[in-house]
Design a protein around this ligand. Structure first.
Ligand code: OOB
Length: 973
């Protein structure tokens, strides 16, 4: 039996046992167990009055503070489930978490470290109708209408129906740093075991003073044994807002801290800091280090530098915890990551066929046990791959076991570098680098590479003495590292990019490696002097959220030519063009420096034109009009002078992420000016938002559109084709302000991609519900057909009914399935056959004012196929044209009054390493000269009715039309 109490009940027991002892210290505030218990009771009543109930989820994004602890326990007492987000997470992550967990409440601080959480909360509240309450720990301010201040939530203590120990108590974030977030459901009983058994193992008692320096939302800090384990023993928890030694070390002295937990990058800083930091740390008994690999050299130095014992912890939010024991021999503490906490933890170390490896050999760790989950929250498809049939969790960690039963973590499966057919362990190269003179720390990643599959990139943090990067490979060779394991690229970094909990963020390192050198696999020691121009780069810290900063920049750019493209967590802006590649209406491909390709299929011509671009590390920004499809499908060109596809290599670029701007320019002289521009906009306010405007309903358009629908439906009933998307336009005022309409619209939409572009007198912005194609540098292709639509009104009950209706409507399901099938057929023509799969099937995605049935089809490019071949197959998106495509294109050409232009074409990024990302242009607004318009369509099948399809176009238009803003008139002179 693991435990019989719920976590809310646990606190009550601790409070009765240790009533007057100090439970929490937060800056100058100290509260006892009895005070904590009372506060939690009163807050639970306040939250109940707000409508929180058992089983509801509540997003908690609070710093290390008394607020965090009281909010969590109050929720737990009600049986509501805290979803623990990290304080450093921003809109992109929180948005994804809200989509997954559908919380009813969101708890944030007012401001921490210069970041104001209230606009973020407002954005989330607008985007997620499930969020009924926003609670602010601090001043509510004007940002979130109806927000509550935590301090005001209060009520008389009551008894609530207890959840059972086997119920989900809380949802932890999984350790992965990118991709779709996963949530880990931990039950009251398993979590109680987790921290009580850990507290026993670590010898905590009433005299323990635990300093929480890592975020308390992380399992390590919260329960290994952490905050909860300390409270369970009647010890005191000191909550530190920062992990910086300047503040944490004096706090250790002031509070006589005995225990704390660090991740290795932080441990390294702390050890270094002891060279000059002289707080009295003599109270420290045990420092735990875990979360990522601890280099043995650092493990050996730490106990001397901090004057305490070291414990290595290898754990995961999913469950399994391994600890070195306090009385282990020094060698085990320095060289191993310990052994499982519970005698009931089952551990297997297996090869790629799930067969146990011989003792002492390296294999993947599988685990099952009393506090390890059997599945992620709401992720059936992911679970099928992450757990074995008999319930073992596939950790993805590569480990071996020593004769004493201790595990040694050798890396992660995903961190194994697959270079030209060889498998290389990043940890092995890191280990070798760590022993070179002048190297303080090293991190090694595999970077997608056109020639090698992956190349080895070594990042090195130098010591104070200069390091000979040119001689790095030679030095490693001398240390006995095999030639194929020598780094192909080596970069110096003075600071590691870190994940929210402080581990080295290897995904960011891969991105940095790509940004610094995108092509080739030249060894650093043999790198030729660049014969071609490359972008000069500068990184700067920024405080403004990327969307707002991007909009301010767009408003203040003097350039007539720019493209802003949002994908993932990056807003990428290309400015001016030094070179264009275009496809003319007659199919001729041209490069603006004079070269032209006439005989090739157009997309193959583009691939050729791009191959000869005389710059390194370029990113092209571009667009393709819908009518490019006529060329691809042999329907003849379209008349007109505007190119059907245009890609521009920008003169300069700004790539924005939360907290950081990367500036790139071909002419280094541009860097300083751009830096000044970014800094000025970062410090400014705005941009100014114009007046809202509604667009008039035009009965002429309605009548004509319904007639066109009836005609096309007639053709389909006569079996001419199966499906077609017919669209219509809606005129908008010429005084439309593209930048503020984009900014406001983006805040209300949850698109897959968004963009804002200006090309002379043509302008457009949009919130793409799906991509036409996504291809990464390693040739992974994926696309995301969305077909089947219902409205989203903001009324939770109604939207849920429409969602269920969508999932049960035979017409919508059939329409969706046919689109997925066609996409599979198209992908089969360019992907390796055994790589193709439908990785998501019939999820419901919320996009602005509508919800869609969505699937994702993914595969690996077959040898000899490139991104442009895939683009040619998948363009235009089936969900914006029809089935079969050629007949649908013909139908569109006959029924719609004029060419579509950019509508239902794409806006795209293409990188020199072969990556491509193309966003389908729907939910957009356009301007050409003085005319502004919106456009929307509906998917017709033989059973469609003109009335319903008209309504669908109205619903889709609303994603954009609701948020239109007019230009503010210039003030009178
Ligand atoms: C802890 O939890 P998560 O969920 O953030 O990350 C788990 C992953 C593990 O699968 C492993 O890949 C890595 O982090 N990891 C280590 C490690 N401890 C965790 N890799 C090498 N050496 C170690 N000591 O990180 C976590 C949860 C509870 C306690 C401690 C760490």
């Amino acid at each position: 039996m693991i435990g019989d109490a719920t976590l809310g009940e646990c606190l009550r027991r601790w409070a009765s046992r240790h009533a007057h002892r100090t439970a929490l210290v937060d800056e100058d505030t100290r509260i006892s167990f009895a005070q904590l218990d009372r506060r939690v009771d009163r807050l639970a009543a306040g939250l109940h009055a707000l409508g929180l109930r058992r089983g509801d989820r509540a997003m908690v994004q609070l710093p290390n503070s008394i607020g965090f602890v009281t909010v969590c326990f109050a929720l737990l007492r009600l049986g509501a489930i805290p979803v623990l987000a990290m304080p450093t997470q921003r809109a992109h992550d929180i948005d994804a978490l809200c989509r997954l967990a559908e919380p009813v409440a969101y708890f944030v601080p007012d401001e921490v470290g210069g970041f104001d959480y209230r606009p973020l909360a407002a954005e989330m509240a607008r985007a997620h109708p499930s969020l009924r309450a926003v609670v602010i720990d601090g001043g509510a301010g004007p940002h979130v209408p109806g927000a509550h201040e935590l301090a005001t939530l209060d009520g008389d203590p009551q008894e609530w129906a207890e959840p059972s120990p086997g119920d989900t108590a809380l949802l932890l974030l999984s350790g992965g740093t990118t991709g779709v977030p996963k949530l880990i459901p931990r039950t009251h009983a398993d979590y109680a075991y987790n921290f009580t058994a850990s507290a026993d193992l670590c010898g905590l008692d009433e005299s323990t003073v635990y300093l929480a320096v890592l975020p308390v939302a992380h399992n390590f800090t919260l329960a290994c044994p952490g905050v909860l384990g300390t409270l369970a023993q009647g010890g005191t928890v000191v909550l530190s807002r920062t992990a910086s030694c300047d503040e944490a070390m004096p706090l250790i002295e002031r509070e006589r801290v005995t225990h704390l937990a660090l991740v290795p990058p932080l441990a390294q800083l702390w050890v270094q800091a002891r060279e000059w930091e002289d707080s009295d740390l003599s109270s420290l008994r045990l420092v735990q280090v875990g979360g990522s690999r601890l280099a043995p050299l650092l493990a050996r130095r730490l106990p001397q530098a901090l004057g305490c014992r070291l414990q290595q912890v290898f754990g995961m939010a999913e469950g399994l915890l391994c600890y070195t024991r306090l009385d282990d021999p020094e060698d085990a503490i320095i060289h191993t990551q310990g052994r499982p906490l519970s005698p009931q933890d089952e551990v297997r170390i297996v090869d790629e066929h799930d067969q146990d490896v011989p003792p002492g050999e390296v294999g993947q760790l599988l685990t099952r046990g009393p506090y390890t989950i059997r599945g992620y929250y709401r992720a059936p498809e992911h679970n099928a791959g992450s757990f074995t049939r008999d319930g073992y969790y596939r950790t993805g960690d590569l480990v071996r076991r020593d004769p004493a039963g201790n595990l040694i973590v050798e890396g992660r499966i995903k961190e194994q570098i697959q270079r030209g057919g060889e498998k290389i362990s990043a940890a092995e190269v890191e280990f070798a680098l760590g022993h070179l003179p002048g190297v303080r720390a090293a991190a090694v990643v595999g970077v997608p590479d056109a020639l090698l599959g992956e190349r080895i990139c070594a990042f090195v943090q130098p010591q104070d003495t200069p390091i000979n990067m040119g001689g790095l490979r030679e030095a490693l060779r001398e240390r006995g590292l095999s030639t194929f394991k020598l780094p192909d690229q080596a970069e110096v970094l003075t600071h590691w990019p870190l994940t929210p909990v402080g581990k080295i963020d290897k995904h960011r390192l891969i991105a940095i490696a790509q940004e610094r050198r995108t092509s080739g696999a030249t060894a650093p020691s043999q790198a030729p002097a660049p014969a071609i121009a490359r972008y000069a780069e500068r990184r700067m810290a920024v405080a403004t959220a990327p969307l707002a900063l991007a909009a301010r920049l767009a408003r203040n750019l003097s350039s007539q030519h720019y493209t802003l493209y949002e994908h993932g967590s990056e807003w990428s802006i290309g400015l001016d063009s030094v070179l264009d590649v275009t496809i003319d209406a007659d199919g001729t491909v041209r490069r603006s420096n004079g070269a032209a390709w006439k005989a090739l299929p157009p997309c193959a011509g583009v691939a050729q034109a791009l191959a000869g671009i005389p710059f390194e590390g370029w990113r092209a920004y571009g667009r393709a009009d819908f009518e490019l499809a006529h060329l691809i499908h042999g329907l003849g060109g379209t008349s007109g002078t505007r190119p059907l596809l245009k890609l521009s290599i920008p003169r300069s670029e700004i790539r924005l992420r939360s907290g950081e701007a990367l500036i790139r320019a071909l002419d280094p002289a541009d860097l300083a000016a751009m830096e000044t521009l970014v800094a000025a906009q970062d410090a400014s306010s705005g941009p100014e938002i114009g007046q809202p405007v509604e667009i008039a309903r035009d009965s002429g358009t309605e009548h004509a559109y319904k007639q066109r629908v009836a005609a096309a439906v007639g053709e389909m009933q006569a079996h001419a084709y199966q499906k077609v998307i017919l669209s219509r336009t809606a005129e908008a005022p010429a005084a439309l302000d593209m930048v503020s309409s984009y900014l406001v619209g983006r805040r209300f939409n949850t698109p897959a991609r968004s963009f804002l572009l200006r090309d002379g007198d043509f302008e457009a912005y949009g919130f793409s519900p799906e991509t036409v194609v996504e291809i990464d540098a390693s040739g992974r292709v994926s696309t995301q057909p969305l077909a089947g639509t219902r409205a989203l009104s903001g009324d939770t009950a109604k939207d849920e009914r429409l969602r269920r209706e969508l999932l049960a409507d035979a017409k919508e399901i059939a329409e969706h399935a046919v689109s997925v099938k066609l996409t599979l057929q198209e992908m089969a023509e360019v992907c390796a056959p055994d790589s193709l799969r439908v990785s998501e099937f019939m999820d419901v995605y919320r996009r602005g004012s509508v919800q869609h049935l969505a699937s994702r089809v993914a595969g690996q490019l077959a040898p000899g196929r490139d991104a442009w071949r895939a683009f040619e197959k998948l363009f235009p998106a089936v969900t914006a044209s029809g089935i079969p495509k050629r007949e649908a294109l013909d139908s569109i050409r006959r029924h719609e009054p004029g060419p579509r232009g950019l509508y239902s074409g794409c806006v795209m990024l293409v990188d020199s390493n072969g990556a491509m990302d193309a966003a389908l242009v729907l939910r957009s607004a356009f301007r050409s000269g003085d005319r502004c318009w919106l456009q929307a369509g509906a998917g017709l099948v033989p059973s469609s009715t003109p009335d319903r399809e008209w309504t669908e176009t109205c619903e889709k238009l609303e994603s954009v039309s609701r948020h239109l803003r007019l230009r503010t008139p210039a003030p009178p002179q």
